[in-house]
Design a binder for this molecule. Structure first.
Ligand code: 5AD
Ligand code: SF4
Length: 451
């Protein structure tokens, strides 16, 4: 019987992508998506385990969902609660113990089993946490044209999953398993299908996307640089991006792709986490600050207009004031366009969670505030420096006001203009006239529609 389902995604873009694939899967089985959990027969929470706060959020959401379930039960309606994603993988059976209203726990590598699990779990909870590196994607349906169009002109495509790097703070190797790469042909057919339905911008995603080593049509192993060059040729694709990368895997082929591919956007998210060599070593990052700066230099030589962004962790165990100053120095040297920064969160099962020299929350808060003030200053400086430049903008939604349209610059900045006939999906040259705190304003440059 067709059911109504509701999916909520937490955490990274990988989860956003997985949520969309779960929706596609359920829709292909005749079920219907709803944006109202109170109306849903199936409620799926696609969860994130990266920091303590993320995980706690899931348990409070589960409390609310359980209330919905009992309200619906009092009206004679059944509800199945599904916990998917990284908390599912990490906490497995404990979720059901802590929240007995949960019917299904399914890990990020096992969600292709969702229809069978939904069929099967009439009485007791079902738990499916197989991490085997199978091509789960091969067993999932491609999204339908109408669904692709509803999701807009930009799409994520997972090309790589998992992580073999084992940074000392990180749960990903345990929640997402070992690194695997999808074959080039599978990635291409997915992208061709998206492009044929109007997608114009593709972001290739992976926990460690630049460690991509997928099987090419020639039987050889392809790097990310090579994959990008091939995807750049797909008809209809006007922009390419990739995220998230590790400095160790920034190979020459990838750096050259930034020089050679005009559709590859001049924007690189390359997390450094810390600017202190001591902390980087303790984090098991396997590079020092100089090596990172050298990569930034090479990337900027290849593509002088490239913008950099990074993730940072403050208050890693043993981080001294001098170590933290090292991070500020690195930030001053690189000048980031945008960044994410977090207080260190001790995650169960990770090596650094056991470290004796944990930093107090007070110190972490102070360092985070200092770092964020500097990063914000740099973000604003970057935004203001685009005023007076002509940037290509990919329009992706109606503007805030009548007659306006909004889109993204190559640097992911939201840009608002008078549309003058431009429609969603167009890529056009825009003269940037003003920078606000979170977006830019500009005007279309006559006769300069980008190719
Ligand atoms: N504590 C704080 N931040 C973390 N990240 C990953 N694990 C932790 C943790 N235990 C951050 C890193 C990573 C981003 C996705 O999340 O900066 O790049
Ligand atoms: Fe969170 Fe990492 Fe899982 Fe993404 S892969 S949802 S960031 S724990």
């Amino acid at each position: 019987m067709p059911k109504r389902f509701f999916v909520k995604s937490y955490g990274c873009q990988m989860n956003v992508y997985d949520s969309a694939r779960m929706s596609d899967l359920l829709r292909s089985g005749g079920h219907v998506e709803t944006s109202d959990p109170a109306k849903a027969d199936i409620i799926i929470l696609n969860t994130c385990h990266i920091r303590e706060r993320a995980t706690e959020k899931i348990f409070s959401e589960l409390g609310r969902v359980r209330e919905l379930k009992s309200e619906r039960a009092s009206q004679g309606r059944k509800t199945k609660i599904v916990v998917a994603g990284c908390v599912a993988q990490a906490e497995g059976a404990e979720i059901v113990a802590r929240q007995p209203a949960v019917d299904i726990v399914v890990g990020p590598q096992a969600y292709h089993h969702l229809p069978a699990l939904l069929e099967g779990c009439a009485s007791s909870p079902a738990i499916e946490l197989d991490l085997a590196p199978v091509e789960k994607f091969a067993q999932l349906p491609l999204p339908a044209r109408a669904d692709i169009q509803a999701r807009g002109v930009s799409a994520f495509v997972t090309v790589q999953e998992g992580c073999d790097k084992f940074c000392a703070f990180c749960v990903v190797p345990y929640t997402r398993g070992a690194e695997i790469s999808r074959p080039v042909s599978a990635v291409l057919s997915e992208i061709e299908n998206l492009a044929a339905s109007g997608v114009r911008e593709i972001t290739l995603i992976g926990q460690n996307v630049n460690a991509y080593h997928g099987e090419g049509p020639d039987g050889r192993t392809w790097s990310l640089g090579r994959l990008l060059s091939r995807v750049a040729k797909v008809t209809g694709i006007k922009r390419l991006r990739y995220t998230t990368s590790h400095p160790l895997d920034m190979d020459d082929e990838l750096i050259e792709a930034h020089r050679d591919l005009s559709v590859l956007m001049p924007y690189l998210h390359l997390p450094v986490q810390s600017g202190s060599d001591r902390v980087l070593a303790a984090m098991n990052r396997r590079h020092d600050a100089r090596a990172y700066l050298r990569i930034v230099e090479k990337v900027r030589e290849a593509r002088p207009d490239i913008a950099l962004s990074s993730d940072f962790i403050v208050g890693f165990p043993g981080e001294t004031k001098a170590d933290f100053e090292g991070t500020l120095d690195l930030v001053r040297e690189v000048k980031f366009a945008s960044s994410f920064s977090f207080k260190y969160s001790a995650r169960p099962g990770t090596p650094s969670a056991q470290a004796k020299d944990q930093i107090s929350d007070e110190v972490k808060m102070e360092r985070l505030a200092n770092l964020q003030a500097l990063l914000e200053e740099q973000r604003q400086a970057f935004n203001h420096a685009t005023v007076g430049r002509e940037l290509d903008v990919l329009f992706d939604k109606p503007g805030r006001h009548q007659g306006q349209i909004a889109g993204k610059s190559p640097y992911l900045q939201p840009v608002h203009v008078e549309h003058r006939g431009a429609v969603i999906g167009d890529l056009a040259s825009v003269l940037i006239t003003a920078a606000g705190p979170n977006s830019l304003a500009g005007r279309l440059v006559e006769g300069k529609a980008a190719a």
